[in-house]
Design a protein around this ligand. Sequence first.
Ligand code: TYD
Length: 194
Amino acid sequence: MFVTFEGVDGAGKSTLISAIAERLRAEGQSVLIAREPGDGEFGLAIREMLLERHVCPEAELFLFLADRSEHVRNTVAPALSRGTTVLCDRYGDSTVVYQGYARGFDIELLKRLNHLATQGLVPDRTFLLDVDPAIAAQRGTKGDRLDRESSNFHQLVRNGFLSLAREEPHRFVLLDASKPPDELLHEALNAWPA
Ligand code: TYD
């Protein structure tokens, strides 16, 4: 089972992922918590370049895609083939939204590049934690380069995710991330893929 979590910065993805992992492990399931960008050694090096240095938008795009390619091949796919449930904090939808809807790269091109980077691996379910970016920002983000983008940028990100969710209603589950963590956990487990 491959489940991804998307949303604006500060939406509360990692809190929800930890709570779900705890619940599934208590049921005896094998669970891997993963994240993009920056799982593993290669990912960490890319993450450092992406978040702290100035890179041009094209280089930024290719770094996210390089991270994803390595991550799928070396971490996600092997775990899935062992029967482990993988919970991934951000995946290809983040590229379509941040680099496409927000930065302006062609959406269809990005989808094709994602297909190449992931060898066609599509999540069984994607939870979109939707919240007003202004509220998310108050929760305190890490203040890295991408967190410091303008509020307009974060609004484009929010709307981009909502567009993707409308396009693929069978894969996406929309969660109102302004709700308390317990409620979000309950709603996510109710919408868990069979
Ligand atoms: P991170 O610190 O992991 O943010 P968060 O905790 O909010 O997930 O930083 C990842 C940042 O990179 C975040 O602002 C979203 C952005 N991003 C992209 O622009 N494109 C991508 O493909 C991915 C995976 C992330």
